[in-house]
Design a protein around this ligand. Sequence first.
Ligand code: M6R
Length: 613
Amino acid sequence: MCGITGYVGPRPGVRTVIEMLRRLEYRGYDSAGVAVAAQGGGDMRIVKAAGKLAVLESQLQDHWETHGAAIAHTRWATHGGPTTPNAHPHFSQDGKIALIHNGIIENYQELRAELITEGFVFASETDTEVMVHLVDRAFQKRGSMEAAIREALTLVTGAYSIAVCSSHELETLYCAKTASPLILGLGEGENFLASDIPAVMRYTRSVIVLEDGDFAKITPAGVTLTDLTGGAIHREPFAVTWDEQTAEKGGFPHFMLKEIHEQPRALADTLRGRLTDSERVFIPELEGFTKEQLASFSHIHIVACGTAYHAGMVAKRFFENLLRRPVEVSVASEFRYSDPLVSQQTLCFIISQSGETADTLAALREAKRLGATIVSVVNVVGSSIARESHACVYTQAGPEICVASTKAYVTQLMVLYLIGLHLAAVEERITDETHQGFVRDLVALPDAVESVIGNALLVEDLAAKLADRSVFFYLGRGYDYAVALEAALKLKEISYLHAEAYAAGELKHGPLALIEPGVIVVCLATQPAVFDKMLSNIKEVAARGGTVVGVVYENEHRLDTTADHLLRIPAVRPELSPIVSIVPMQLLAYLVAQQRGCDIDMPRNLAKSVTVE
Ligand code: M6R
């Protein structure tokens, strides 16, 4: 999603905000721009370009070392195409005010019509541009940037974080937020603003995370925080302790591969502090949930998007088996407009890596409004979803930078297994023996994943054979079906190949018509209870000339003569196999995309954190 950076202080403003933006490139964007209120006065200098940051940088040679308060932006198109005029910053007609924005101005069409009637000329198709003209109009009346921005903000509805710089007030930046993330970095005689912490990490470790409704005036000497009406507020800075290396590739060619390799550690970190010495699960964040309270929930609803939704599909099955209660799982964008059957008797799980996905956040708010108790599973600490939940159980994946989710997915699964076991134990639905057996098997998962990663060369060999094919199917039954969905998503989003997932039993109800020589059919077959059924489906595929890639436990040989290729994984408890069986699928997607020369970490048309609807 859009990246925002800003700087006031003695460093060259343009260079600093562009270097900060580079730290946010992973979020995905399609154009970029920068504005500086140059020291010594004169008009703002504003440069924008469609495409990657390198294109913008090539146009900045004359401005690179310009000093002055500066803002910069990477845009992911929402209103208006990814063109240079639509790139941010947008600026007032006299060129003295520049503004960048993340989010959506919902009433921009009415405001735009009103401003056009008054004689304002628009240079872009964006919703954002109305905001800068509103600020300009208010400045003409009030003669104060702060008052003008505040007035403009009262006129817009929607979700935003904005940053403004102006040649009316050199050495001063303003920013405000109602929804999209915004942070301040505090330095000595200099200050920073950004849409995410990695942007400021090389300059300062002292950070303030702004809350919805915060407004900040930023000068080299300090920051003044108020609410949108001007009332003083205080936010305590905190020290960022992350190692800068954790936000970089660490020697791997892509963040995706690095993050696949980080999965054993991420899984172990996620277990840490959540197991007792007597081999039981205990999640401190859920301590308040008593047996009586749990009994009051008639059903469970899981809501998420994309990969997180696929984790929810695994959890549905696991929770239903363990808790003997109906569990529904919904895509957030459907849930929020479906008049959902949610009440005080609903326990609602919200799953999100970023904690900022707009549809998921809106679904959370709707479920909360209807009386549900909200437990979220989130990776980004302090994110909106985490803050607005009744309880939040964090995954411990660390920063996930590649757009395609890998380590966040497996840690989401781990947390969901832990939650299922915790609740089953509180409700006394499992024996101690079963509970301890699960815990031992969970503890073994990081090693099982490590061993799959250790066999990556076999997957590489397969990827080389498959990279020129254009149609992929993924089949599975039960837990394997949920993994098939996630495996197909991984391949399609980074390799741009057509990949479809089906519950294997559905094949004969339509998709079988598409199976012919040349079509790749990846068959996940890790579930003993339905193995024979799966074998029949695989034979149906083979009989029609499809190329069968089997994913089986290492001690399984019943596919040896039917499959064209086999990927073997360590045998684990069937309920837990998704954490292991997805790993060769991630590697296959990565290696096929690499063979095809795709932009793996920043696939086309996608963004890491989807903070608009
Ligand atoms: O941050 P979230 O987990 O809420 O994001 C949800 C989806 O946008 C995300 O999982 C997406 O599907 C990934 N790109 C898949 O790899």
